[in-house]
Design a protein around this ligand. Sequence first.
Ligand SMILES: Cc1cc2nc3c(=O)[nH]c(=O)nc-3n(C[C@H](O)[C@H](O)[C@H](O)COP(=O)(O)OP(=O)(O)OC[C@H]3O[C@@H](n4cnc5c(N)ncnc54)[C@H](O)[C@@H]3O)c2cc1C
Ligand code: SF4
Length: 438
Amino acid sequence: MGSTIQILLYAIPVMLIFAWYLRRHMRRESTGLAALKSATEEGLIEPPTLHPEIDHKLCIGCTNCVAACPEQGSHQVLGMIRKKAHLVGPTNCIGHGACKAVCPVNAITLVFGTSRRGIDIPLVNPDFQTNVPGVFIAGELGGMGLIKNAVEQGRQAMVSIGKLLQTPHKNALDIVIIGAGPAGLCATLAATEAKLKYATVEQEELGGTVAHFPRRKLVMTQPAVLPIVGKMNFKEVQKEELIDYWRNVEQKTGIVINYSENVETVEPAPNGGFVVKTSKRNYNTRTVLLSIGRRGSPRKLGVPGEEMSKVVYRVIDPAQHQNQNVLVVGGGDSALEAATTIAEEPGTTVTLSYRSDAFSRAKPKNRQRVEEMSAAGRLRVLFSSNVKSIREGVVEIAHGDALEEIANDAVVVSAGGILPSAFLKTIGIHVETKWGTE
Ligand SMILES: Cc1cc2nc3c(=O)[nH]c(=O)nc-3n(C[C@H](O)[C@H](O)[C@H](O)COP(=O)(O)OP(=O)(O)OC[C@H]3O[C@@H](n4cnc5c(N)ncnc54)[C@H](O)[C@@H]3O)c2cc1C
Ligand code: SF4
């Protein structure tokens, strides 16, 4: 009897610990599987940047990498399936690389692209200069993501550029910086500090990709040094706070950024240097820094009236369209999400125009939402239609054989983007396509 009690005394805690372990393991497995299933069903399977490739022959299932991923708090990025680590939310991976650092058996390699989809990475020298002398690249465009790296590269690239510009030049700028994300912002501060004649051109707003993060996203970044300002001492900060901090830096240092200006071409100038042609003017410059990130530029419709201020390429706040007649153009997920979120605002009349006859590229849940709202009369869908012109108070759309005029206060164009690699090739910059390689 005594020995039975003794056995139970030891066995019960062991069984409880085992049950707890089993439950935790099963919960982890099912979360990982569910995340992978959902990513696969929604077609979100291609990591956009540097990401881990896990060698399952080496992985011992310690889960260190899952715990170390800084994004894990807001989305499922890594998960455990059959006791091995997997990238279960590929599009949520932004290339922190924290997983590789904690793997005890070196099972993780950080790679670009996959065997299904290659990623173009420009070839850049250690001084950030490309094969086109005078054209430099800094930030995520060069392949290395993260805010801290972009800031650091913006600063270092400007040091290299400064070395090339020892003698002053009267008739041209020293540098045109393209893009005002973290890399371009930091390069602009460095150009100001070095007293260079610069112009910074940004197609949208300050902050680059960070400005596009979801509301209140917790941004993980390590301290980085901003020229003139000093240490940017954040570890964890909300997106809005970080953007406010950068706006404050912009204001206090007096740097000038030309917003809402898209660079269209960079061409060699007849007497050396470059002509940078934008949607607003031409700049003559001795050097160019491309800090344009990897998101690309929105594709334009190319119709009369597109330059009007009521035409935008991204919905910033659906509430600003209350009581408006809005035209959304496009058939991908961002077009469908823009149309449905705006249609939920009071007093809106929304038309969604798409040139094809079905939304075959969009996620099932977005297609279903459009169908429901359209059936409820809250959204009008015009398949096989093309915008012909945009005017004050009205848009003209070709729909079948008819030309229809629709009352209009705002146009949202979500017609996809032009990838940076196409832009780089027009400048003559060599790019290498990575298919799941380092
Ligand atoms: C969802 C998500 C979450 C992330 N979270 C984090 C995080 O928590 N911590 C972290 O460190 N990193 C994070 N990152 C990565 C980080 O945002 C990027 O690595 C960083 O913003 C890169 O900076 P950049 O200046 O090189 O490019 P970007 O920030 O992309 O800026 C490029 C700028 O160039 C402009 N531009 C492009 N083409 C043109 C043109 N032709 N003419 C004029 N302007 C042009 C763009 O409008 C843009 O403003 C995240 C990324 C994503 C997608
Ligand atoms: S840290 Fe390495 S060994 Fe541990 S689960 Fe991740 S990949 Fe496997």
